[in-house]
Design a protein around this ligand. Structure first.
Ligand SMILES: O=C(O)CCC(=O)C(=O)O
Ligand SMILES: [Fe+2]
Length: 226
């Protein structure tokens, strides 16, 4: 399942992020690549311990949990601290799958990467190419979103970033370990959550809404690992 999260960051927040990223210390993106993906990865990144990356990452981690769509879709247990990348003209990232386990720097924590997320920080007219292309059972989906918008997709899917042919594409990207490991179960919960929200909007006093909320939580009790 591929879900777009509109306006994860507002325009002012994006402008602030961009200003702070402008003069940051970009290095070869292969610093965080696995053995195989390093072969096709051509981009720039901030180091995980870069002070600008740390500060912005911290800020994002505070904002993300207040996004209800993200919470409904990801049912997050742990979020790997966001990283920042930049693709300049001629750069891209070939087909790959993200590593299953990531160690959080300077901590004993590990995150199982159930979901991957890209938060676009450049606007679509700032660059050509640079689409995130995600393979799923229905074929390749091309994603290129306005700045501040994000896409959440299964970390198990083969994906790539098409070469940028003009301008530059800046993004934050990160991984989420869900309380619900199985993607099919997560999808059931997400559908149910959306249906309950719709029912409650249409009829806030619905007794069926109360029962279905109970069903949601009982499924979560059965399936969640915390
Ligand atoms: O830049 C992106 O949108 C995705 C980056 C990516 O796939 C990765 O770093 O593993
Ligand atoms: Fe990736």
């Amino acid at each position: 399942m591929l879900v777009q999260i509109p306006s994860l960051l507002g325009a002012e927040q994006v402008a602030d992020f961009r200003a702070r990223l402008e003069g940051a210390n970009w290095v070869d993106g292969r610093v965080t690549a696995g053995h195989q993906s390093a072969r096709t990865k051509r981009n720039l990144q901030l180091r995980e311990d870069d002070p600008v990356a740390r500060a912005l990452s911290e800020q994002l981690l505070q904002v993300i949990p207040s996004n209800l769509l993200f919470m409904a879709c990801a049912v997050p247990f742990k979020i790997f601290p966001p990283l920042f990348n930049c693709y300049r003209e001629g750069q891209g990232f070939g087909a790959h799958i993200d590593n299953a386990i990531r160690s959080v720097p300077d901590s004993p924590h590990r995150v199982r990467t159930d979901l991957s997320m890209t938060l676009f920080l450049s606007d679509t007219d700032e660059y050509e190419g640079g689409e995130l292309i995600i393979e799923d059972t229905f074929g390749g989906k091309k994603v290129k979103l306005p700045s501040g918008h994000a896409v959440l997709y299964p970390a198990s899917s083969v994906h790539r970033v098409a070469p940028v042919t003009r301008g530059q594409r800046i993004a934050a990207f990160f991984w989420i370990q869900s309380m619900v490991r199985d993607a099919g179960r997560r999808e059931v919960l997400f559908d149910l959550d959306l249906a309950i929200q719709q029912l409650n909007d249409e009829n806030p006093d619905s007794a069926a809404g109360v029962r279905l909320t109970g069903v949601y939580h009982n499924l979560l009790r059965m399936w969640a690992h915390v």
